[in-house]
Design a protein. Structure first.
Length: 251
C-alpha cells in the first residue's frame, strides 16, 4: 500500500532513472544497441528494482504513465545518442504484458510522434504472443508501421509453441540467460543454443544472447553464429553518462 502511494509520488517527483546495458554486435565487435532498464531512486529506501515495483505498477494501472515516461525518456536519449554514436544505434524498451492489454496513452500519440522508429526495439515476452493474440497483433503492427523493431525477451523459457514466430513480425529473439549460463556445463545446452540460432536465422530473425558473463561463453556464441551478446562480461546496466564513457573506452 505504501508502495502504491510512493509510486504516485515518484512519478510526480521524477524519481525514476533509465539505466542502459550495451548489446554487442559479436561479428563486428561494436556496440550497436542498448537495452533500457528502469530504476527507482526511492528517497528513503534507496534503489528499488523494477522486479519489485513493476508488478505493483501493473496492478494499479500506474504502468501506463510509467511506460509513457520510459518511452519519452528513451526517445530523448535515442535522439542524443544517434548524433553521438551514429544513425544506426538503437535503444530497446521493455514492455510488460499489462502494457499491451491496458489502454495506453502513448499508443495514441505514437502515430503523430516525430521519431525515427528504426532506432528503437520493443522487448516483449513469449507469453504475450500466446495470450490476447489479436490485441498483441495489432500493437505489433502499429510498431512495425512506425519501423520500430520487435524482440522476444527471455526466449526459450516459457512456451513450447513456436508458431508465433511465423505469425508475428519478429526481428530478434533474446536467448534467456539460463541457457547461456549453462553453456560450459555440457553439450546439451550448446545443442539447444545452436538449434535456436539455426531456427531463428532460417526464419530471418536475429539472435541476442543474454547474460554473457565469460569470454568462453562469448567465444562459443561467436562460433555458433549468434548475432549479438549482452551481459556482465561487457557491462552491467549503467546510467547514461557511464554508458557514454563506456562507448568512448570500447576498443
Ligand atoms: O535490470 P533488472 O534485472 O533489475 O530488471 C528486472 C526486470 O524488470 C527485467 O525482467 C526487466 O525486463 C524489467 N524491466 C526493466 N525495465 C523495465 C521497463 O522499463 N518496463 C518494463 N515493463 N519492465 C522493465
Ligand atoms: O527480463 P530481462 O531480460 O529484461 O531482464 C534483464 C535483467 O538481467 C536485468 O535485471 C539485468 O540487470 C540482468 N542482467 C543483465 N546482464 C546479466 C548477466 O550477465 N548476468 C546476470 N545474472 N544478469 C544479467
Ligand atoms: Mn529485456
Ligand atoms: Na532481457
Amino acid at each position: 500500500q505504501r508502495l502504491i502511494v510512493d509510486l504516485h509520488q515518484a512519478l510526480k517527483e521524477n524519481q525514476f532513472v533509465l539505466y542502459y546495458q550495451p548489446i554487442v554486435d559479436l561479428g563486428k565487435n561494436t556496440i550497436s544497441k542498448a537495452e533500457s532498464l528502469i530504476r527507482w531512486h526511492h528517497p528513503d529506501h534507496g534503489m528499488i528494482s523494477p522486479a519489485d515495483f513493476i508488478p505493483v505498477a501493473e496492478e494499479t494501472g500506474l504502468i501506463v504513465p510509467l511506460g509513457d515516461w520510459v518511452f519519452n525518456e528513451a526517445i530523448g536519449q535515442g535522439n542524443r545518442w544517434n548524433l553521438l554514436f551514429g544513425p544506426d544505434f538503437q535503444i530497446s524498451i521493455n514492455k510488460s504484458p499489462a502494457q499491451f492489454t491496458q489502454k495506453s496513452e502513448h499508443h495514441d500519440w505514437l502515430d503523430d510522434l516525430d521519431v525515427n522508429g528504426s532506432n528503437f526495439v520493443i522487448e516483449i515476452t513469449e507469453g504475450m504472443l500466446i495470450e490476447n493474440t489479436s490485441t498483441v497483433e495489432k500493437r505489433i503492427q502499429k510498431y512495425k508501421n512506425k519501423k520500430i523493431e520487435v524482440a522476444i525477451d527471455d526466449f526459450g523459457t516459457g512456451y513450447s509453441s513456436l508458431s508465433y514466430l511465423n505469425k508475428f513480425d519478429i526481428d530478434y529473439i533474446k536467448i534467456d540467460r539460463s541457457f547461456i549460463n549453462n553453456l560450459s556445463q555440457g553439450k546439451q545446452y550448446q545443442t539447444l543454443c545452436e538449434a535456436m540460432i539455426l531456427m531463428a536465422h532460417k526464419l530471418n530473425i536475429k539472435v541476442i544472447a543474454e547474460g554473457v558473463e565469460t569470454e568462453e561463453q562469448k567465444n562459443m556464441l561467436i562460433a555458433m553464429g549468434c548475432d549479438y551478446g549482452q551481459g556482465y562480461l561487457f557491462s552491467p546496466p549503467v546510467p547514461a553518462d557511464v554508458f557514454e564513457q563506456f562507448m568512448v573506452q570500447w576498443q
